[in-house]
Design a protein around this ligand. Sequence first.
Ligand SMILES: Cc1cc2nc3c(=O)[nH]c(=O)nc-3n(C[C@H](O)[C@H](O)[C@H](O)COP(=O)(O)OP(=O)(O)OC[C@H]3O[C@@H](n4cnc5c(N)ncnc54)[C@H](O)[C@@H]3O)c2cc1C
Length: 308
Amino acid sequence: MQRSILLWLSRNTFFRRLTTQLSFVRRAVMRFVAGETVDDAIRVIRELNAQGIVATLDHLGENVTNQDEARRAADDYISVLEAIGATGVKSHVSVKLTAIGLDLGDDFCRANAARILTKAREVGAFVRIDMESTDYTDRTLAIYRSLRQEFDNVGIVIQAYLYRSEADIDALCQAGARVRLCKGAYKEPPLKAFPKKADVDANYVRLTRMLLSDKARIRGTRGAIATHDPRMIEAAQRYAAENKVPLDEFEFQMLYGIRRELQRQLAGEGYGMRVYVPYGTEWYPYFMRRLAERPANVWFVLSNLLRR
Ligand SMILES: Cc1cc2nc3c(=O)[nH]c(=O)nc-3n(C[C@H](O)[C@H](O)[C@H](O)COP(=O)(O)OP(=O)(O)OC[C@H]3O[C@@H](n4cnc5c(N)ncnc54)[C@H](O)[C@@H]3O)c2cc1C
């Protein structure tokens, strides 16, 4: 119930205008967002790198409504890739296709993505295409597949809450894709997604095993296990140990500001640990989805009201 309300508010423009003005909300946001500028993002990545943790940078923004905005978003990614190249920080980038024009046409969006990938290739960086709501799943996968024919520095995300994901992972493993597996952050109907958390978790473990299997890795598949859930992490560790999966053939991923201790612990134990670092002014929908995942975070936001 709380989750549904928060996800609904994440798309509500009136509430967005209201809350983004409030200074105590802005203070709370900084727990989950690196800051508003490229310099803020690079500073945070340096701090993570110093702890043996690598990053993937997300320039916040989604669902742009005109071509200029979409081109500007792609240009912002190109600037941040230049900064990654110039500073030598260890970071990939993560891109939402709706931020670079998916609502304005597949060819237009693909062209923007190709510009980003070309710059990324130049500076030796990797681009992960984030997965958004099921309104976009088929088109996101189609654009990923088309880009993959031209670029080898591109990967995709699959959401364990969807019934279709087992078949999608199967096809991606056959193609030797680099896949981030997450549970899924959007509001989806029971026709498309497991309504019960226990079923999402069981599917997550099943899909993790598919990604880490010999059969998949032999074709070049690399799994990124993106979760803060210790049970999912333990299941991946157990499977990897039992099947002698080399530690450099998969990695764990978590979001900036969540379970920081666990991030450091996994990096210290020798696992690949990558943190998703969002930055930019368009933080509202991202932040609301983080509250929806853990409504207790609403109290964290309100506690900032009491701080000076
Ligand atoms: C690196 C990364 C990239 C992602 N990319 C995508 C994407 O492209 N598309 C997409 O749909 N989703 C994406 N997600 C979000 C994901 O789908 C989940 O919504 C999110 O990770 C919460 O699920 P969980 O696996 O952590 O498990 P949960 O069962 O939700 O949480 C497990 C535990 O983690 C902690 N936790 C989880 N969320 C929070 C929070 N917000 N604040 C504080 N503690 C929390 C809590 O202790 C909780 O008990 C991504 C997540 C990560 C880590």
